[in-house]
Design a protein around this ligand. Sequence first.
Ligand code: PLP
Length: 451
Amino acid sequence: MTPAFAPLSPNQQILPLTAETNSRGHLVIGGCDVVELVAQFGSPLYILDEITFRTACRQYVDTFQHSYGGDTLVLYASKAWNSLATCALAHSEGLGIDVASGGELYTALAAGVPASKIYFHGNNKSPQELLYALEVNCTIVADNWLELERLAAYAEEHDLGMPPRVMLRLTPGIECHTHEYIRTGHLDSKFGFDPQQFPELLRFARAHPELDWVGLHAHIGSQIFEQQPHLDLCIVLVEWLQAAREAMLPMRELNVGGGLGIRYIETDNPPAIAPWSKAISHHLSHACRDRNLALPKLICEPGRSIVGPAAVTAYTVGSRKTIPGLRTYIAVDGGMSDNPRPITYQAQYTALCANRMTAAATDTVCIAGKHCESGDILLPAATLPPLQPNDILVIASTGAYNYSMASNYNRLTRPAAVLVCEGEANLILQRETYADLTAHDVLPLRLTLTT
Ligand SMILES: *Cc1c(COP(=O)(O)O)cnc(C)c1O
């Protein structure tokens, strides 16, 4: 099945592109009634809309291909939502996968993604992870000297057939306006090499021809609404590329990272995927032409803007607590374990009542999770129709950094996820069971004897 291409930019929509309201006043996503999905698959439930996911992938792939003039590759930054289904979906749209751990690498490979299209990031890859990456022959984005020394040593010791592909991640010193914890491009960051050391890096690379030095990488942060930082980054990368080529290292790939923001609330106004990608393509190709440099392969690695707007989380409404003159708390059956972003980054979201979409939003309430933390608040002030127990509350744009950051705090079982498309819903993550929760617990024998 190849769903129709939708013209809207998913990252500018709060709800998935297929969202509509049916005659019962229920929210419908991917042709599936959300209330019925919860009845069938349980609550809370992640609902991933295939058309929105595919549309975002296509907008990136098509725009880079049409605007750049050289080879391009879009990588899905899978840490946003790493699973067999999301990796397989991205791969089926022609994307490669960016992974940041052995576990993410394992999942991408298990989803059928060839290692030739996998890029392995991370500021502290373990020796085991490096060996795994070398064994499967994915591209390694080297982040520090320890890693470079280990890679050179392994490549000398083992006959790997082909020299391992290595990119260098540098910290470009570009400031952008986003939350401090998700900013990575400024010089004081745990990620990447200090550009001051670039000459030294080039000397190291020249001294180690047993590694294939494919190119350079930088990532300046996440949930970015300005275009300028990425355009500045293009220039910085091209200057480094020129220096590398002048130092007789014929690097051939530039990776501009990810970071394009999405609309979580009405006032968010990110650039659309296509014009953003086009501006980067043009800026990079012009910067290369100005310097008479053959065009490198342009790589971009969006995560949030591909999967974020494609999913919603459906919860069931439970208890209510009204503190007169102060606030009304409405509790749902999940919270910081399935969406840690509000408590971690003060992230804001939009909520809807999925079973009464046409009812007037007359109440302002605080949507609380069910965890034993006062800070477990999903939305401090949501405007909604008056909510009753068993209503289905939907929080939008939860595709990115929700499931992937989920925990079992308070031993809640992690939710199920379904992929919806044209009226069909496929389970892509099973709901955890209580037995799953103790599956890795070990009870030493002497503790069983004391009771
Ligand atoms: C997180 C990350 C991305 C993706 O960022 P988004 O904001 O989700 O697009 C890309 N590259 C690297 C190296 C990252 O760490």
